[in-house]
Ligand binder design. Sequence first.
Ligand code: ZN
Length: 70
Amino acid sequence: MPIYEFKCRKCGEPFEVLFRSREDKTVVACPKCGSKKAERLLSAFAGKIGNTSAGGAECGSCAATSCGPS
Ligand SMILES: [Zn+2]
């Protein structure tokens, strides 16, 4: 089961979320302030870092391989 690192865009709290699978639609919410606007910190995949300012929340809960530019 993959564990992804996120960073809250509201308060800046870093946290990890465990996904049961790459398709898991777990809602990512900050454990500190409850905000769902969290961006995923990509350590293994490059190329989406510059995209997090637009649609980062939507892409935060899906696999990087399934929401990249088509
Ligand atoms: Zn937060």
